[in-house]
Design a binder for this molecule. Sequence first.
Ligand code: SF4
Ligand code: SF4
Length: 501
Amino acid sequence: MKTYMPSKFLVERDPERCIQCQVCVNQCSFDTHYYDAEDDVVMSREENCVGCHRCVLFCPTKALTIKRHPLEYRENYNWTPEAIEDIIRQAETGGMLLTGMGDDKPHRIYWDHLVLNASQVTNPSIDPLREPMELTTYIGRKPDRVEIDQKTCALKTELAPQVQLDVPVMFAGMSYGAISLNAHESLARAATEMGTLWNTGEGGLHSSLYKYGHNTIVQVASGRFGVQPSYLDIARVIEIKIGQGAKPGIGGHLPGEKVSAEVSLTRMIPKGTDALSPAPQHDIYSIEDLSQLIYALKEATNYTKPISVKIAAVHNSAAIASGMVRAGADIIVLDGLRGATGAAPKIIRDNVGIPIELALASVDSRLRKEGIRNRASLVISGGIRNSGDVTKAIALGADAVYIGTAALIALGCTVCQQCHTGKCAWGICTTNLSLTKRINPDIGARRLSNLLRGWSLEIKDMLGGMGINALESLRGNRLHLRGIGLTDTELEILGVNMAGA
Ligand code: SF4
Ligand code: SF4
């Protein structure tokens, strides 16, 4: 069938600069560039271009420019180019529209409407270059009260397992199969170097990465891929995944083409078969069921590691989170509307779920009101872009954050949203061996560690500016936040005052 789908990008090649080296032909995994031997010239099929910019960066003579296609539809507030093109794609395929990454619609980003405080005159700021600053965070269940032996000053209260994080930023669950083994290894090594945790996602843990178990969170999701005793034993934290922000309420689907020999071994499914994660966990239909699974996992690992439960941020997150804490979860993970994925139906990604900032504030407030906030750590994810977002999240009530897209950008991702095609030109969201080689785990780990190092320095600077020398003093301290351009209702949900008040 002839396509009515216009090209999204223009590929411009400067003939004065192009030396026909064909680097672009080799680098583009979407078959945009090709060599015409008859005319000895490199040409482009621009309708294939997804705007990932790989060829532009690798062209040795800087001969290439990728631009948005200037095709203008007649102006129409209702029928935007995106709305028209989605209909064209469905008229041609008859299928659901799939996409990668997170919601890209202009929903309000509340982080940008919150500002942090700084000391002036009445309480001095602290210079992090001259004075020690503490970012250490312990995640896991905290006791209601602690008892100290009066004679020895030793702690008498038995603590639930705690995990120490040197930075309050962890790498979010991204499964092997959805992302490459080299990307997994980069995350595992960076987490180990920086004293934090990375998360396997729901696809199991490749045997070569078991050595990073001390810094690994393993997921138990609805498909139970790769779940076996050694997988649970090796982990530092076990995370029960109920839902994720990019596609709340629905399951997952890793197409058979991405289930290579290694992925099939790790997931414990036949090679080349579709890996389908059911929408619900079939053993969880109530809070009591969740409690049974939490305690089954605690029992299976001799009560040595915290059990985390991850849900998508949805309308009743606060009540759900309260139930999860009472069910025995040691860590609650909330994944917001802008949370990313390797593949999701576009209609779900862009229309289901709530912004993480609102979910975080309401869950933290509810758990405090019920007097159970200490019983679980609160970890959030879904569109965290920089250390400012992290610092505001801590002030709003989070113990730590997960980053997914930001980590992939550090590895080279340009957010082209083509993860679901398995053709990622940057070697991240693919299991094609010729593409996965594009990530060198030595370099990947260094880039990720650098990102966390940079953010740590910035968080310390922001803390110092507020006159605070430990992250612990900022946690849930919303007096250090003010809102700008928000309605009274939004300010009330966020629990912050308007700037100037
Ligand atoms: S898809 Fe990426 S590598 Fe291919 S032409 Fe477009 S920008 Fe270049
Ligand atoms: S991971 Fe790869 S395919 Fe996915 S958005 Fe990033 S560059 Fe594109």
